[in-house]
Design a binder for this molecule. Sequence first.
Ligand code: RIB
Ligand code: CA
Length: 314
Amino acid sequence: MPVPIIIDCDPGHDDAVAILLAAGDPAVDLLAITTVAGNQVVKKTTLNARRICTAAGITDVPIAAGCAQPLVQQLYVADDVHGDSGMDGPRFGEPTVDALPEHAVDLMYRILTGHPEPVTLVPTAPLTNIALLLTRYPDAAAHIREIVLMGGSTERGNRTPAAEFNVYVDPEAADIVFRSGVPVTMCGLNVTHRALATPDVLARLEGLGTELGRICVELMTFFASTYRRLWGFEAPPLHDPVAVARVIDPSIVHCVDASVVVELRGQHTRGATVVDLHQYLDRPVNAQVAVALDGEKFWDRVIAAVDTLGKRKG
Ligand code: RIB
Ligand code: CA
């Protein structure tokens, strides 16, 4: 039986591929797409979600926009990484897929309480919407199977030396999620940096011979230019689909139990995820933390999903 999921995202080049993987792989049932401010302002991340769903022919998955600001601090967007649109590279036409007028948090709650079984939340963005869901609707937790998020790192950051972007944008939200008691799986940079869209991956996508495959190549080509310019990467890491892949087939992303706390007060470390992989501190385990990726299985699932959607769209 496919695992029911909701993706909470900030498209975002890698969020877009996470949406395609979730919509195209039969192991998951994508119940909704919610958006939040992060890579860009929420108006742009929502437009980008509509754009990628239009391009992929994903017309039966509700989309709703969420929080425009982090819980406490000001919004820091990543236009240096994703461009002014938040998804620079491909030229998208006017989207034909609309977003609901409902707030993302209300849509999530409505779906969670209306679904016959607990639902997995897959946040691939700052955790503002998820934190608000858990505080606005405390009973929502009982309807959540687990939260499998892209964010944090067991090592260094990518927005500051200590903090990964999704956690850095809204550390208070991340702190609420990790302390919520809901089962959390953290797919951090230490693993997502291994999900590299190499020239071989791009050749396989181009070889699909579909419009959607071509759009993915253009997305990753832009992303590659960013990662080469900012970090000297030979190929761009596709962070967000790793969280979806963990739900699809847990053997793709190996995880270990660990305690994870979010630094909120460090003058130089605010937003860091402090992951105790060796039980140095007497803290309870509150997460499963990704430590390894089966890259071959990962890309096979991503490319198969894009192929499925591309052929269906025609
Ligand atoms: O640090 C990587 C994360 O930040 C990804 O989710 C990417 O889309 C950006 O949101
Ligand atoms: Ca993202």
